[in-house]
Each structure stands twice: as C-alpha cells, then as structure tokens.
Design a binder for this molecule. Structure first.
Ligand code: SF4
Length: 410
C-alpha cells in the first residue's frame, strides 16, 4: 500500500509544481513513506530520516510510521504527515509540524491517483484503507485508522485510466479487501465489475480468513482474468493462539476455506503469513503451526518472528517475551518445513506449461527474463523478453525453489 501511496504522492506533488528526482541526495525535500508492521524496516526508516536531516534536507515522515511515532519523529523530521492527511500534502509540505488526523477522506488523493500518467504494466489500486480487526500484535488499526471503502465508480475510473495507459495487471489492495463494502457493493461485486473491464490480469490482497466468502472463489473460477492466487494470512495453527490474537477463526475453519478454494479452483496458489514467537506460544502451539503448514501445503509463505509493536494490544498485554533463541529456532524450523514443501511443489511444475508475464530480468543473469505465472509464482525464462510481455513457458528444471523454463510457441 505504501508503494501505491508513494506513486500518488509523486503525481500530486508534480501537479503542484514540485520536481521529482530519483536521487534523494540531489533533492531539497525528502519524503520517507514508512511501514511499521515489522521492526526491521522501521529502524531503517529512522536511519534514513536521520541521514537526510543531517544533510540539511527538508525531511517529511509519511505513512504508518508518521501515524505511529509522531512525537519521536519530530526530532528527525520537519513535517510528520499521516496517510489520511495526504489530500493536503501540497499545501502543508512547506510547513513544519505534525498532521496525523486519520478520520479524513482522501478525495483529492484519489483524484491524483486517477491522473497518474507514469504507469507500469502492473499497478496497484487501493480499494479500501484501514482495519477494524485489532489483531493483538498489529498496529494497522492505529496507523491507518478504521476501515473506509472507496466508491466503486472511483475505483473503476482509476482502473479504466490505467488500462488506457497500458497497464495489463491490476492488484486491488487494502488491509482487508474482503470487508470492502460501499453502498451495497461488496468485494465479490466489485471483483465482478472489474473483471468486465479489459484488464488481462486482476489480483487482490490482503484477504482475511474470517471475512472471505466462498462466493469470491466462484467468481475467480468463472473469470479468466482474475488470477488463481490467494494470499490468506494464517499466522498460527494453534486455536489457543488464534483466539488470543483475536483472529476470529479456528484452524479447522482455515483448513475448510483452503479445501473449498482448491475444490472450486484446482490450480489455485495459496500463500500465507505465518508468525512464530508470540509471547504465549508454547512448543505445543508451535507444533500445531507446523502441522497446519504440512496439512495445507502452502505454495509459499512469508514467515516472521513476532516483535512487540507499540501501540498494539499485545505490546501492553504481555510483559514477558519468549527467549529470542526459542523464537529463532522455531522460525528456522518453520522455514525449513515450508521450504521443503515449496521445493516439492516447484519440482511438480517441471514439464508443465504456464502463461508468464515478464517483469524484469533474472537476478543473477541479465540475459534471462523473470516473470510471474497466473498463480503468482516467479519463474526464470531462458531468453531475453521485454517487460510486460506474456509468453507461454515450459518448465524444464528448478534451481533451488525457482522454476526455470523455455518459451514455447503456441
Ligand atoms: S486484519 Fe489484523 S493483522 Fe490484518 S491489518 Fe487488520 S489488525 Fe492488522
């Protein structure tokens, strides 16, 4: 979401007479649009702010970072501006102070989002912001505020504009896209409306296991331009922890959704966020997570060690944390378990053909291309192909967990 916000901020400031440069060292004003979901990026953002402040830049702290740490940030920034204050950014950017009211609308912001002219073949479009869930470990409801859905006609206008400018893949984003609701239009309705536009690939993230309806899978199965991938964070396989975290579902319900998704869309790719080291996680809880991972057979997963984030509920609730070595050991074991499943799944791709949209070159070899399957699996293609092109690729082998293939003529 910060990536999308940054693109719109760029457009907004450009339209208001500011000149963009790729090099922060050459700029007079530096905006750090920071994420605070994890501890590591947050530390990096503070370092960046200090670095540019020392060099005499006018430093703007933006995003969730600004919303969360307003007071602390003033020491390193001239302006602190939360995500719901972006409508006024061109006016307030030369002032100093804190602007972090999160009860505002983002009408002007979305107006600039629709005007964006520098667009790529793959773009994000925000459909809702904020979250009402208050999972105990999470700061999003405190930094992005309560859920606000954007009018469907406004979203459709932005998508149509992007398609006209050459975008081929749209990812609908929101903290909890499944709870999208605007004047009788829910997420499945919105998805259906967007699928009627001339867009080649539609993705969406992030989904919530409690809020997703099976009707979404029915629409995905029917519409060829909605990609067969769902990112469905599970966090833990322990019912005790799911309850403590206020996630609103059980492991049995999670498994039911996954099984239903695979029944409706047999080639669906399922990914998740998984956390270890929650303060009250016992060995038994952790083993439940490993067990769930083996049962679900995720296609890929983002795995994290819990870190206390102020002002989350868990930050205040638990005085004691798990010993670091216990959390690190569990994380390693989880990564190994997921990795084994992923490698097996990638090997299963050998000999099969996939439609791939090229999005760059391979990390270690600029002569080879890299792209994503419809299911969002990154593959390397043994040929140089321009970005944004669609090709059919037959997977010939895997390198670690990366499938490698050759383009085939259709
Ligand atoms: S659903 Fe939970 S984890 Fe996700 S953004 Fe909302 S509070 Fe955070």
């Amino acid at each position: 979401m910060n990536e999308y916000d940054s693109a719109v901020i760029k457009e907004m400031l450009k339209e208001n007479g500011f000149v963009y440069t790729n090099s922060p060292d050459a700029a007079n004003i530096v905006i750090v649009n920071g994420c605070v979901v994890r501890e590591k990026p947050e530390k990096k953002e503070f370092e960046l702010l200090k670095y540019y402040k020392k060099r005499g830049k006018f430093v703007v702290s933006a995003g969730c970072l600004a919303q969360k740490d307003k007071e602390a940030l003033l020491e390193f920034s001239d302006l602190v501006v939360g995500p719901m204050e972006y409508d006024n950014l061109p006016e307030i950017i030369k002032r100093r102070g804190v602007f972090t009211d999160y009860n505002k609308e983002r009408d002007k912001f979305y107006e600039y989002a629709r005007k964006r002219d520098e667009v790529g073949f793959s773009e994000y479009v925000t459909i809702m912001t904020g979250c009402d869930n208050f999972c105990t470990y999470c700061v999003v409801p405190f930094t992005r505020g309560r859920e606000k859905s954007r009018p469907p006609w406004d979203i459709i206008d932005e998508v149509k504009g992007l398609i006209a400018k050459g975008t081929k893949e749209i990812t609908l984003i929101g903290q909890n896209v499944n709870s999208y609701f605007y004047e009788g239009v829910d997420f499945k309705d919105l998805l259906q409306m967007i699928s009627k536009l001339n867009v080649k690939r539609i993705r969406f993230t992030t989904s919530h296991p409690r809020d997703i309806s099976l009707a979404v899978f029915d629409i995905m199965a029917k519409k060829d331009n909605i990609m067969p991938h769902i990112h469905l964070p599970v966090q833990t396989g322990s019912n005790k922890l799911l309850k403590e975290m206020r996630r609103g579902y059980t492991r049995e319900e999670y498994i039911y959704i996954v099984d239903a998704a695979r029944k409706i869309i047999p080639d669906i790719v399922i990914s998740a966020d998984i956390m270890v080291g929650y303060p009250t996680e016992t060995e038994e809880d952790f083993l439940s997570t490993l067990d769930l991972v083996k049962r679900v057979q995720f296609d890929y997963a983002y795995m994290f060690i819990y870190s206390p984030r102020k002002p989350s509920i868990a930050y205040y609730r638990y005085k004691e944390q798990l010993p670091k070595e216990v959390a690190v050991r569990r994380h390693r074991r989880l990564v190994e378990t997921v990795q084994q499943i992923v490698i097996k799944k990638r090997k299963d791709m050998i000999g099969k053909t996939y439609e791939v949209m090229i999005d760059g070159h391979a990390k270690k070899n600029e002569g080879l291309s890299r792209g994503k399957t419809r299911g969002n699996i990154t593959v390397v293609v043994e040929k140089h192909i321009p970005e944004g092109e669609f090709i059919k690729v037959k997977i010939t082998h895997v390198n670690g967990a990366t499938p490698i293939g050759k383009p085939i003529k259709t």
